[in-house]
Design a protein around this ligand. Structure first.
Ligand SMILES: Cc1cc2nc3c(=O)[nH]c(=O)nc-3n(C[C@H](O)[C@H](O)[C@H](O)COP(=O)(O)OP(=O)(O)OC[C@H]3O[C@@H](n4cnc5c(N)ncnc54)[C@H](O)[C@@H]3O)c2cc1C
Length: 372
């Protein structure tokens, strides 16, 4: 049975209407952060754009995620430097830092720029975080090393990196706001309308599907993963003032301003079954999340919501943005880090459609998967 996230239950005003009749110049498939960002950029440049979302805006991963707004891509910065080279790793990091600035500009109270804390669960992870810390420092990016953690983290973890410029999102509120801005700029946003690449009648089609890409554009090497999350009742005490994550991101949580804990991950409890596009929770993973809540809080608060979402991963964990077939473009494959990257890549794909050549596009070229 499909699930609804805590975030998506927030009442909202709906979108301003900007429907137009007739054929659009550009069709965008997918009403998450990527599609809305792309539609906003295209409409802002006077393009007649129509966005199709089969459910509601933010109904996919964009309204179901953990709400971590992190710089960088899925790989740690030291590994990105090794795999992409210094110059390209720096370009990617700077792109996402600018994206966080842009979220801060556009999101209002859906974004709190409180930093994020990446914790080390054991000595190996501590060494890995130390390497990432040093690699960031060497390139002049703000980062702090913490040896002393507050209880109960001091008993559970062995140091942490503070990323001071990251933040916490209410992701559905944020993406609904982004969609409203796209509509106000002139984008025709059609909720409840399913579309295919073949049926979209427009000069240009942009597929903004992330975890849904396999069904929309099977030639793009993006694979679906399921993420599971829960939200508790408001806790009596304020324990966590920023998003926290550990064990390579397999554990992540944030405490919301009203005190509730949103906690997700633990896909490593069953990697084989979590590699799926079925948007359902499982007892195994949810049971692990319950146990983590107890360790983090000291008791078992009531759980008010449990949900799942689907995100898309590429083989090298770097997104794919570019033209796939004549007039058919793609942006997605954020490999679990789509909040800042989705905003950035939606804008990048729009700028590419507009025939601009932002240098960051080369980082995400689809051709890297076919090049010999
Ligand atoms: C549980 C979970 C936790 C996560 N946590 C984080 C996090 O804390 N930080 C972070 O940075 N990233 C996180 N991510 C990843 C991030 O949420 C995604 O990468 C990002 O939201 C992708 O945005 P998108 O717009 O590309 O795709 P989506 O938000 O998935 O939007 C794609 C949309 O396309 C629609 N669609 C599909 N097919 C069709 C069709 N045929 N016609 C019309 N519409 C269609 C879908 O309904 C969907 O709404 C998480 C993901 C999940 C699932």
């Amino acid at each position: 049975m499909s699930t609804v996230s805590y975030w998506l239950k927030e009442p909202h005003d709906g979108l301003p209407s900007s429907r137009f009749d007739g054929r659009p110049e550009a069709a965008v498939i997918g009403g998450g952060v990527t599609g809305c960002s792309c539609a906003l950029t295209l409409a802002g440049h006077g393009v007649k754009v129509r966005l199709y979302e089969q459910r509601t805006v933010a109904g996919g991963a964009s309204g179901r995620n953990g709400g971590f707004a992190l710089r960088g891509a899925a790989a740690p910065y030291d590994e990105a430097r090794r795999d992409l080279g210094d110059e390209r790793a720096r370009l990617l990091m700077e792109l996402t830092e600018r994206s966080l600035d842009r979220i801060e500009e556009l999101a209002g109270d859906a974004f709190r720029r409180v930093g994020s804390l990446r914790l080390a669960a054991d000595d190996d992870e501590r060494d890995a975080l130390r390497r990432e810390h040093d690699a960031l420092r060497e390139h002049g990016f703000a980062v702090e090393w913490l040896d002393d953690l507050d209880p109960p983290l001091d008993r559970m973890y062995r140091g942490a990196i503070l990323h001071p410029r990251d933040g916490a999102l209410h992701p559905a509120r944020w993406v609904r706001r982004l969609a409203a801005q796209a509509a106000r700029a002139g984008a025709d946003i059609r909720e409840g309308e399913r579309m295919t690449v073949e049926a979209a009648d427009a000069d240009v089609v942009v597929v903004a599907g992330d975890g849904y890409l396999p069904s929309l554009l099977p030639e793009v090497p993006v694979h679906p993963w399921r993420g599971q999350v829960l939200a508790t009742e408001p806790l009596r005490e304020r324990l966590y003032d920023r998003p926290h994550y550990a064990r390579l991101g397999y554990d992540y949580w944030q405490q919301l301003p009203d005190g509730r804990l949103v906690i997700g991950g633990n896909r490593d409890a069953s990697l084989e079954t979590e590699q799926t596009d079925v948007e359902e929770t499982t007892e195994l993973v949810q049971g692990r999340l319950d146990a983590l809540v107890e360790r983090l809080v000291g008791y078992r608060p009531a759980v008010t919501d449990r949900w799942a979402g689907i995100w898309g991963a590429t083989p090298d964990l770097v997104p794919v943005v570019g033209e796939i077939r004549d007039g058919v473009w793609v942006a997605g494959g954020y490999s679990g880090h789509g909040n800042a990257l989705g905003l950035a890549c939606g804008e990048l794909v729009a700028r590419a459609v507009l025939d601009q050549r932002p240098p960051e596009l080369d980082l995400f070229a689809p051709a890297r998967f076919t090049a010999v």
